[in-house]
Design a protein around this ligand. Structure first.
Ligand SMILES: Cc1cc2nc3c(=O)[nH]c(=O)nc-3n(C[C@H](O)[C@H](O)[C@H](O)COP(=O)(O)OP(=O)(O)OC[C@H]3O[C@@H](n4cnc5c(N)ncnc54)[C@H](O)[C@@H]3O)c2cc1C
Length: 387
């Protein structure tokens, strides 16, 4: 199995100063009280116009984000590519609701496609469905509730935004990944993405849906979709993730009295993730897969399968992805061994990106072992350099 503990490779482009900064940062986000206080104070302070940007931008923002604009991301894109790592520019606006905000987000995604076109350092664009629609509207549609005429028009505009992005992506030949969200809007998203896949994935995988493998209905969905795609002569393309909304999903199911869509334990999710990866890799003639995980074992298992397939490690239908500022030991070691590795590089004004940063901080506090693993690896590299 590929080992990911080569910290010299993992942190090759980090100066001693940057490493120390990362160490302090992970120490801080490992403390729930610091994260709670930071989320309670800094986010509202930004919206109230209290000058706290100076505290956020050089610390947590510069660690997890590429910049406030696409241009500001350029040094990060270059630095990653110098280590054979690709960038996926991720405009990180969340919770936007007004039509003008949603159009603004859509226009940002079009700009990321323009930036990626013809730039081999940026192989994908990405967007979040809830960045294109009012969340409660999607919820209403999925629940089968009747829409008012105004809402129907609003919903038509959501479809138009998806369509405009994908048509532009096809014209510019830039594959686009569509993130996955809560199960109570995901059916609607799946429906729209499937339609776009059947339209645009005829000669190559261009539109990628995302499957959250913590959902027990996803293995069946994946198998059925691969069969359908084969029958229709199109490429199925998926980003595989475990899923980010476990607590929320379970809470809602418990309160509303329906069966939770989430596997009962982590082992079952892990098994489903690895089996989905294996299934995609066994069907590379009509499936493209992006393995989106910070889990070393899942990455190592995927590498083992790829090695046994007698396909090149940088097969165009296989890629891995991690988030900027996390699990560099996985990204840099995979890239050194010739795999296609991407980093999601979030960008946007500090105020806009704040919910993303809070989620990253909370994730690093709550995911058992994640922070201690980052800290252990950074410490190991600091000590190695001292020697
Ligand atoms: C590049 C990239 C893109 C992403 N895009 C999306 C996206 O579009 N949509 C999305 O929802 N998330 C997305 N995520 C987040 C992802 O879903 C995970 O939350 C995160 O990556 C942690 O999972 P892991 O595989 O990295 O590692 P691990 O630490 O091995 O797994 C943690 C995950 O396992 C699952 N889990 C933990 N405990 C249990 C349990 N008791 N029972 C069942 N399952 C459990 C949960 O999903 C949890 O997040 C993305 C992540 C990456 C790296």
């Amino acid at each position: 199995m590929l080992a990911f503990d080569n910290t010299e490779v993992a942190f090759r482009d980090k100066s001693d100063k940057e490493l120390k900064k990362a160490w302090w940062l992970f120490r801080a986000v490992g403390k729930p009280a610091v994260v709670k206080l930071g989320s309670m104070v800094l986010h509202p302070a930004l919206w109230l116009g209290i000058p706290v940007r100076w505290a956020i931008k050089p610390t947590v923002f510069s660690h997890f984000c590429g910049g406030e604009s696409i241009d500001e991301c350029e040094p990060t894109i270059k630095r990653l590519y110098d280590s054979n790592i690709y960038t996926i520019l991720d405009y990180s606006a969340e919770g936007k609701e007004t039509e003008s905000d949603l159009d603004y987000t859509k226009n940002q995604i079009l700009l990321t496609i323009d930036k990626a076109a013809g730039d081999k350092r940026i192989p994908f664009a990405v967007f979040k469905p809830s960045g294109m629609a009012r969340f409660s509207l999607l919820e209403k549609v999925q629940a089968g509730e009747l829409l008012t005429p105004d809402e129907q028009q609003e919903y038509n505009r959501v479809g138009q935004r998806f369509e405009e992005i994908c048509t532009h992506a096809a014209r510019m030949d830039v594959p686009v990944m569509i993130d996955s969200e809560e199960s109570w809007i995901q059916d609607i998203v799946d429906g729209m993405v499937e339609e776009l896949m059947f339209r645009f994935n005829t000669s190559k995988p261009l539109i990628y849906n995302t499957l959250q493998m913590y959902r027990h209905d996803r293995p069946g969905y994946l198998k059925r979709f691969i069969t359908r795609a084969r029958e229709k002569g199109i490429f199925a393309a998926f980003k595989l993730v475990r899923g980010a909304y476990m607590e929320k999903e379970r809470d809602r199911a418990r309160k509303a009295g329906y069966l939770s869509p989430i596997y009962p334990d982590k082992e079952a999710t892990d098994r489903a993730f690895d089996e989905a990866t294996a299934l995609c890799l066994a069907n590379l003639d009509n499936v493209a897969v992006n393995i989106g995980t910070h889990n070393e074992i899942s990455c190592a298992k995927a590498v083992d399968i790829i090695s046994g397939l007698s396909v090149p490690s940088d097969h165009p239908h296989i890629s891995f992805a991690q988030l900027l500022g996390m699990s560099d030991h996985i990204s840099y070691n995979l890239a050194r061994d010739g795999y296609n590795v991407c980093k999601y590089v979030p960008y946007g004004p500090v105020k806009t990106v704040m919910p993303y940063l809070i989620r990253r901080a909370q994730e690093n506090t709550s995911v058992a072992g994640q922070t201690s693993r980052e800290l252990f690896l950074i410490r190991k590299e600091i000590d190695r350099r001292k020697l």
